[in-house]
Write a protein that binds this ligand. Structure first.
Ligand code: SAH
Ligand code: SF4
Length: 438
């Protein structure tokens, strides 16, 4: 869900709803290219493909354990003098308190001795990103604006959003992977922004922690069914997750860990604009569901909409999908298609779409374009979306149209942030006061 249209709801029963910014420097392998630039990009046929991060992450003096693997937690414990024989048990206790109980401080961890808690507190934290604003939509959609530290003391702190979309049978959280985005898709608001940095694994896991905090959705919450509110995660917030591969992988492995947050891989969807080399790695190293931002069926048009297509054209992208480990009729790949009036919404496009997906276990999600100030695109007319959808349906694909949610709070990644940036200092303060930071 990028910008307004990034908080949509899937109407397909089997499909988690989908939606759509880092301190680890962008991976040298995937991002080293002479085409990189920091410039604010007007995407188009000649637009640069990729931007480079302006910042690298500067860790706080007291590191947070959130987002660390068990081995990394054990290392931190070693560094503060916890005896080797104790470390495994301590890691287990900490993991449970952090990811099952949602503890926000060591003081709450009553199964750990007072002395040990004091020692932990002296050197470490279980901090997650700070919530600076919370908005609740009429339809129950919630959006949190989170503040992340800047690596540069002169720069103000960065802000990313996280959106929660409740439905009757599930609750989906749309999570960001970068501040800004490496890429510059011409129809996407985030694409027009600079890439500031990759999020750390802790900042990615931290978004799910914040949502569970705000929704009071940890293990102690008593519900008739015992079920959680956040049941699905989609990497569809700000940023291109496959240009922040290691942090996204480490974070999602923690989110899926069944001794912790425990959201199964089938309920986690990673959306990519098509970073081909990392698509296979996603299947091999993370094993989550895949969504591809296709948006065009001809290379010429896709080069304009998704300039990364000049590096990884449609044929290569589809081959990576055919090779995606673990895809099957039960675990189909989602193809996202944003409906742009007079650009990609003809019936010929629909026909070609169906033809090119033959042989790939696929579903298609049509996303009404969510306009933003200054965009040159318009959303397709509703009856055109219906005709397009009908053609796809008749060809045997369920073609849910993802309806944007939380319109009254601009609940689409990118937009709360943009709106907030326009506010006066007083208005910002009022927004902050609104945020519940218990
Ligand atoms: N960078 C990744 C994930 C975030 S974008 C990706 O591109 O897949 C999540 C989805 O929202 C993508 O399909 C993206 O193309 C789409 N999107 C971006 N801006 C949009 C807009 N203004 N209206 C509708 N969909 C948009
Ligand atoms: Fe937007 Fe494209 Fe970046 Fe996705 S990859 S967030 S669509 S600019």
């Amino acid at each position: 869900m990028r910008d307004a249209a990034k908080a949509p709801v899937l109407k397909d029963e089997d499909e988690p709803p989908l939606n759509r910014d880092a301190m680890n420097p962008v991976s040298a392998e995937t991002n080293s290219t002479s085409e990189t630039t920091n410039a604010h990009v007007a995407a188009g046929a000649n637009a640069p493909l990729e931007k480079i991060a302006l910042e690298t992450y500067v860790p706080p003096a007291k590191p947070s354990l959130v987002g660390l693997s068990r081995a990394e937690i054990a290392e931190q414990l070693g560094a503060i003098g916890v005896a080797p024989a104790q470390r495994k048990m301590r890691v287990q206790q900490l993991w449970h308190w952090i990811y099952v109980r949602g503890a926000k401080s060591f003081a709450e961890m009553t199964s750990i001795s007072k002395e040990m808690r004091a020692q932990l507190d002296q050197h470490l934290t279980v901090a997650r990103p700070e919530v600076v604003a919370e908005q609740v939509s009429n339809d129950g959609t919630r959006k949190w604006l989170l503040r992340l530290p800047s690596g540069d003391s002169i720069e103000k702190a960065h802000e990313v959003e996280c959106v929660y979309i409740p439905e009757t049978d599930r609750g989906t959280l749309c999570v960001s992977s970068q501040v800004g985005c490496t890429l510059n898709c011409s129809f996407c608001h985030t694409g027009t922004q600079r890439l500031v940095r990759n999020l750390t694994a802790g900042e990615i896991v931290g978004q799910i922690m914040v949502a569970r905090d705000r929704l009071n959705d940890w293990a102690h919450r008593v519900t008739p069914t015992g079920s959680r509110l956040v049941t699905n995660v989609v990497m569809m917030g700000m940023g291109e997750p496959l240009y922040n591969f290691e942090a996204v992988r480490d974070a999602l492995l923690i989110v899926a860990d069944n001794e912790g947050i425990g959201i199964s891989r089938r309920r986690i969807t990673l959306s990519t604009s098509g970073v081909v080399p990392n698509i296979i790695r996603t299947g091999d190293e993370i094993g989550v569901m895949l969504a591809i931002s296709l948006h065009a069926v001809r290379d010429e048009l896709r080069n304009e909409l998704v300039p990364l297509n000049r590096k990884y054209p449609i044929a290569e992208l589809l081959q990576a999908c055919r090779d995606y480990p673990g895809s099957s009729n039960a675990r189909r790949i989602t193809f996202e298609y944003v409906m742009l009036k007079g650009v990609n919404d003809s019936l010929d496009d629909a026909k070609l779409l169906v033809k090119m997906l033959k042989g790939i276990p696929a579903k298609i999600n049509l996303i009404p374009f969510n306009p933003w100030p200054g965009t040159r695109y318009e959303c397709s007319d509703w009856d055109q979306i219906e005709k397009f959808s009908e053609y796809i349906f008749n060809a045997g694909y369920s073609s849910p149209v993802r309806t944007p949610r939380g319109r009254d709070i601009l609940a689409a990644c990118g937009q709360l942030k943009s709106e907030t940036e326009k506010l006066s200092a007083r208005e910002r303060q009022a927004l902050r006061a609104m945020a519940m930071t218990d």
